[in-house]
Unconditional design. Structure first.
Length: 214
């Protein structure tokens, strides 16, 4: 069974409830039981189901709103390692190797391309819930970069593999750059110098300790 960190699942549930998602619309998903379980993981099937129900009932752009709420502590031990990494580039090198600790449905890759560098999320959008989750993951990626650097860094280009929503301006306003849909990859492209911005709490010895825990 595929999984995602329960802290991420709860973040989606909490915002959906705050925005007025009718309880009867998702009561059949067993959300209460999932959140009360002893496991720190939740199954992805009801997670994607919930996203699709949200998509039908709430205002557009939920993925943007929930992605901005992510904090480093939501990512368990991996989030603690991110806090002490040297830079965003260093942080996403950790993602390449250790993102399996968060979910088994998603893979990160970082690619250097001279003056730019890209962060790509590999996950086939076989249903609407995964499309929304991919959007949220891209937004959360930028949110985490802002939190570890304290800098107002923005990508130069963003792309998604799925079709464009009715209102693309929501995405353009948030990312402050060109956003394209129906592309080969879910990807953020940054200036290389931005990816090398020093983190606020960079600490090699503590990061080494956290890497050992990972």
């Amino acid at each position: 069974m595929s999984f995602v960190l329960k802290s991420i699942f709860k973040k989606v549930v909490d915002l959906a409830e705050k925005e007025g998602l009718p309880p009867e619309s998702y009561s059949h998903l067993g959300v209460t039981e999932i959140l009360k379980s002893d496991s720190k993981y939740a199954p992805t099937a009801p997670f994607f189901d919930l996203y699709e129900i949200i998509d039908r009932h709430l205002d557009p752009g939920f993925s943007i709103r929930v992605g901005q709420l992510m904090v480093l502590d939501d990512y368990d031990v991996l989030g603690l390692a991110w806090k002490t990494c040297l830079s965003p580039r260093d942080m996403f090198r950790r993602c390449e190797r250790f993102f399996i600790l968060m979910t088994d449905t998603q893979l990160y890759k970082v690619l250097d391309e001279g003056e730019t560098g890209s962060i790509t999320i590999y996950r086939d959008a076989t249903r609407r819930g995964i499309e929304i989750s991919n959007e949220s993951s891209i937004v959360a990626t930028l949110t985490v970069i802002h939190k570890i650097t304290g800098a107002d860094i923005h990508p130069v280009r963003v792309s998604f593999t799925h079709s464009a929503p009715a209102d693309v301006s929501l995405y353009q306003d948030y990312f402050s750059c060109e956003v394209n849909f129906g592309q080969p990859f879910n990807r953020l492209v940054f200036r290389s110098e931005d990816l090398d911005t020093r983190s606020l709490k960079a600490d090699k010895s503590i990061n080494k300790f956290m890497m050992e825990r990972l």
